[in-house]
Ligand binder design. Structure first.
Ligand SMILES: Nc1nc2c(ncn2[C@@H]2O[C@H](COP(=O)(O)OP(=O)(O)OP(=O)(O)O)[C@@H](O)[C@H]2O)c(=O)[nH]1
Length: 358
């Protein structure tokens, strides 16, 4: 339901926290990998293979170093360290205890990490091809050379299961984080495309989309639909006297009043500079007039603090119109605009209703 999705955006729902960029995602690689190697270090010391324990201690140190590089924004160095660790560790582990230990699976993890990064596709292809070459070379080498340490078959199987499990877990974790990164960026883009950046209200285009949808719905259910166009009075002189920043602050304060006073199903948009449009599904002309009157009072009661001056007050003029059967949304918008014009002409700070149909 396109319009329902858009309609909720002006209430700016809280987004779940998400990694803000690829490099935030990258911070997690040395943490997860370092923790896995710490686990293996303990395991090998306990299994009586201290050499492999030391190898893993070296890995923990390398991942610690790469984390530090990431924090210091030495990103290329960090990635170089991470890739070297993966290759050297896999090669040493496979050479020491054999192909069946499953340590070569970690080379496969490089492909998603490299391809998610923002670097050019040339270097990505080179790195992944190198990893594939290392993988195949290790496989070929171990077919003709036995492991340096012969572990018991049961221990070897247990290690392989652990390695396969860790590989799956790391892949799932990275994919999940990447998914969150992309959906977070998508949400931000959608918000940018549908809302006004200053007030976070809907923009004109997305209000029209919602309104067109509501026209169809209300006609189908034969329910009323009102539109209210509101304009801040003498806004130009506020800008001229107190500056654009004070004007912006005022626009935000007025937007907050509008947003917080209408019902959940109503849609408020910033229509233009100091003009706002409200769509009120299931509202008759009388209801819309009452709501507009309430909005007018609340806006008049505003005291907006600004720098080096007493708080600012403003008033607003409102034009109200009702959608009539089989007309496009532009028609009541035009009548609300005409009513607003009349309200301004009659002295502002009032709610003006469209002319009755002839
Ligand atoms: N601060 C600020 N001012 C804006 C923005 N958009 C438009 N304006 C200003 O809004 C003012 C609108 O002025 P007018 O159209 O003359 O309207 P008004 O002064 O409110 O007069 P009436 O509507 O007749 O009461 C102009 O000075 C615009 O520069 C904005 O985003 N921020």
């Amino acid at each position: 339901m396109k319009s329902e999705k858009i309609a909720t955006t002006h209430r700016s729902p809280k987004a779940r926290s998400a990694p803000r960029s690829f490099w935030h995602l990258m911070y997690q690689v040395p943490v997860v990998a370092g923790a896995s190697h710490a686990f293996f270090m303990l395991l090998f010391f306990m299994l009586g293979a201290p050499l492999l324990g030391w190898v893993n201690l070296g890995s923990v140190a390398l991942f610690g170093l790469s984390y530090l590089c990431l924090r210091l924004k030495r990103n290329i160095l960090a990635v170089g360290l991470i890739l070297s660790e993966i290759v050297v560790h896999a090669a040493l582990a496979v050479r020491f205890i054999g192909w069946d230990s499953g340590f070569h699976y970690y080379l496969i993890l490089v492909a998603p990490i490299v391809f998610v990064s923002r670097s050019r596709s040339g270097p990505k292809l080179v790195i992944v091809s190198l990893m594939l070459t290392c993988y195949l070379a290790m496989d070929w080498f171990m077919k003709t050379h036995g492991p340096l340490y012969a572990l018991q078959e049961q221990t070897l199987s247990a290690l392989r299961y652990v390695n396969v499990t860790v590989t799956f877990l790391v892949l799932s974790f990275l994919s999940g984080q990447y998914y969150r990164l992309v959906t977070h960026a998508e949400r931000q883009l959608r918000a940018l495309a549908t809302t006004d950046p200053l007030t976070h209200l809907l923009n004109r285009r997305s209000w029209l989309e919602v309104a067109e949808y509501e026209v169809v719905q209300r006609q189908r259910h034969q329910e009323p639909l009102a539109v209210v166009l509101a304009d801040i009075d003498h806004f130009k002189s506020i800008n001229d006297q107190h500056g654009h920043q004070a004007g912006d602050r005022l626009l935000q304060a007025v937007s907050e009043v509008l947003r917080n006073t209408v019902r959940q199903q109503d849609s408020v948009a910033r229509w233009g500079g100091e003009e706002f449009m409200i769509l009120m599904p299931q509202a008759t002309l009388d209801t819309a007039r009452t709501v507009a009157e309430r909005l007018r009072e609340k806006v008049s009661a505003l005291n907006v603090p600004i720098e080096d001056h007493a708080p600012l007050s403003v008033s607003m003029t409102f034009g109200v119109a009702l959608h009539r059967a089989s007309e496009a949304i532009e028609a009541p918008v035009r009548r609300a605009d005409a009513a607003l014009y009349q309200g301004k002409a009659k002295g502002r700070n009032r709610v003006a209703i469209e002319d009755a149909p002839t």
